[in-house]
Design a protein. Sequence first.
Length: 109
Amino acid sequence: MKGTHLGEFEELVLLAVAALAGNAYAVAVKEEIEEKAERKVNISAIHSSLYRLEDKGFLESEVGGATSKRGGKSKRFFKVTAYGYKSLKESQSLRQSFWNIIPQLSAQE
């Protein structure tokens, strides 16, 4: 397993896969990130991140059935592993701990 550090873009990809709950393939992940983050992303960056996250153990994938709509090509579907969910929770907790100690923000709650 490669390094376990999550970059910001990788975290977005991992969150999108989790949100798509079983229907996460590259184009759907791209659309989810563009909609939620209001950020244009390149499909090759999505592919690279998906495979890198899989190499790190955050994701696993399987190939779906081929469809005539896709010219006989099949889609690779991704899902978050238990390790991936654990990493997302740790990331969320770390970020929240920083938000909680920023005086200008934590005092306004």
